[in-house]
Ligand binder design. Structure first.
Ligand code: NAD
Length: 377
C-alpha cells in the first residue's frame, strides 16, 4: 500500500508527520502537519479556527513548503491548528496555546509562527513554553512585520521586476490595490515612493477612484482612524467590488482568497497582477489571464516578504538586513520565474512551482531517505 492510499493526499514530497493533539480535560483539540523538512526545520503558522480539516491543514502546510523553498529559506513547510474561536477570552486562549505548544515540545522540526487567529503575544507564550517561535513582540527581539511592511516591501520588489517584462516603468504606472491592510497599504506606500500613481483602492467597506492619483499618506492616516478608504474626500466613492473594473497598469489583490475567478476575470483592465494575498486568483482565472496576456506574479513568489522576515528574525537578524534580504530574494525569484515563462512559454504558476519543487527535490536528494528510494522502484 502506498502513502496516498492511507491519507488520500500524500505524495512524493510529504507530509512527513501528522500529529493530532487531544486533551479533553483542557478542552484542547489540534493538529500539526509537518509536510517536508528536507530544507530544514519547518516554519508555518499556528491558526486558531472553529474547524479546519486535516486535509486543509495539509494543503496549508504544503503551501508553506513551496513558499519557503521558493524564498530560498533553509526551512521546510508546516501548519498547525487549534480548534476554537480566536475571539475567546484571553486567559482561555493563553491556556490552550500554552498547552498545545507544550504537547509539541519534542517536535523539533516545527517552528511556530503567527497566522489567522494568533498574533505576536501568542508567539511569546509559545516561546516561553518551548523556545521555538518566530513573529515575536519587539520586546523579545521580534520584528513587527505588518508594522514595518515586510510583505509590502517584497510586493514592491516583485512589481518592479515584473513591470520590466511588461515594458513598463514603475514611475508613472497607474496602480489599483484591493485591500488596504498590512499588505495593501505598505505596497501602495513603496510603489508611490518609486513614482507609481495609486488610482484606486478598496477595503471591506468600499472603494475609491481618482485617475489623477490618490494621496497614499492621507489614506493611511484615514485607516488609522478606523474609517474606510472610500471616506476620503479627494476621490470618487465606488462600491467595494468596483475595484475590479478600474483601468490601471498594475492591479494588486491584497485582501481575500479567490477574489478573481472565472466569473469576473474578464472585467479586469490591467497589464500586470502581483498577488499580495494568498490564492487571490483561482486556477481558472489565472489560465484566462495568461491566455489574454495579463502577467500574473504568483502569490508565493510575490508575498514571501513576511515569512522571510519571520525566518530571519528567528536567527536574530536586524530589521535593516531583513529588508535587504527580502529585496534580494524576491527580485531574484521573480526574475527566475518570469525568465522561465518567457523562454519555456509556460504560465507563471507552473514556472514558480517548478522552481520550488526543484529546490525541494535537490534538498531531498541529500537526505538519508534518498538511499531507500530505489526500493520503491
Ligand atoms: P489585513 O487584515 O491587515 O488587511 C486586509 C484588508 O483587506 C483590510 O483593509 C480589509 O478591509 C480588506 N478587505 C477584506 N475583505 C475585502 C474585500 N472583499 N474587498 C476589499 N477589501 C477587503 O490583512 P493582511 O495582513 O494585509 O493580509 C491580506 C492578505 O495577504 C491575506 O490573504 C493574507 O493571508 C495575505 N498575506 C499576508 C502577509 C502579511 O505579511 N501580512 C503575508 C503573506 C500573505
Amino acid at each position: 500500500m502506498n502513502a496516498s492510499d492511507v491519507f488520500g493526499f500524500a505524495d512524493a514530497l510529504g507530509p512527513a508527520r501528522i500529529i493530532h493533539v487531544y486533551e479533553p480535560s483542557a478542552g484542547l483539540k489540534g493538529i500539526l502537519v509537518v509536510d517536508n523538512v528536507a530544507r530544514g526545520p519547518a516554519i508555518g503558522g499556528l491558526r486558531m479556527a472553529p474547524d479546519v480539516s486535516v486535509a486543509e491543514c495539509f494543503r496549508l502546510a504544503r503551501a508553506m513548503t513551496f513558499k519557503n523553498a521558493a524564498a530560498g529559506l533553509p526551512h521546510g513547510g508546516a501548519k498547525s491548528v487549534i480548534f476554537g474561536d480566536p475571539k475567546m477570552p484571553g486567559p482561555d486562549k493563553e491556556r490552550l496555546i500554552r498547552a498545545f505548544a507544550s504537547s509539541l515540545r519534542n517536535e523539533r522540526d516545527y517552528i511556530f509562527a503567527p497566522d489567522m487567529g494568533t498574533d505576536e503575544n501568542c508567539m511569546a507564550w509559545v516561546k516561553d513554553e518551548i523556545g521555538r517561535a518566530a513573529g515575536l513582540p519587539s520586546d523579545l527581539g521580534g520584528i513587527p512585520l505588518d508594522e514595518v511592511g515586510a510583505t509590502g516591501w517584497g510586493i514592491y520588489q516583485a512589481t518592479e521586476i515584473a513591470a520590466r517584462y511588461c515594458n513598463m516603468k514603475i514611475d508613472g504606472a497607474r496602480v489599483v490595490i484591493q485591500g488596504f491592510g498590512a499588505v495593501g497599504r505598505h505596497s501602495a506606500r513603496f510603489l508611490a515612493q518609486a513614482g507609481a500613481v495609486l488610482v484606486g483602492a478598496s477595503d471591506s467597506r468600499g472603494a475609491v477612484y481618482n485617475p489623477r492619483g490618490l494621496d497614499v499618506s492621507a489614506l493611511m492616516e484615514l485607516k488609522k482612524t478606523g474609517k474606510s478608504v472610500s471616506d476620503v474626500t479627494a476621490g470618487e466613492k465606488r462600491d467595494r467590488d468596483a475595484v475590479i473594473d478600474m483601468e490601471c497598469d498594475i492591479w494588486i489583490p491584497a485582501a481575500r482568497p479567490d477574489v478573481i475567478n472565472a466569473a469576473n476575470a474578464s472585467r479586469l483592465n490591467t497589464k500586470l497582477i502581483v498577488e499580495g494575498a494568498n490564492i487571490p486568483v483561482t486556477p481558472e482565472a489565472e489560465k484566462f489571464l495568461h491566455e489574454h496576456d495579463v502577467l500574473c506574479v504568483p502569490d508565493f513568489i510575490a508575498n514571501a516578504g513576511g515569512v522571510i522576515c519571520a525566518a530571519l528574525e528567528y536567527r536574530g537578524v536586524t530589521q535593516a538586513m531583513v529588508f535587504s534580504s527580502i529585496g534580494e530574494k524576491v527580485r531574484s525569484n521573480t526574475e527566475q520565474v518570469l525568465e522561465a515563462v518567457t523562454t519555456k512559454a509556460i504560465p507563471p504558476r507552473e514556472a514558480a512551482l517548478e522552481l520550488a519543487e526543484q529546490r525541494i527535490r535537490k534538498a531531498m536528494s541529500y537526505r538519508r531517505w534518498s538511499l531507500f528510494s530505489s526500493a520503491d522502484n
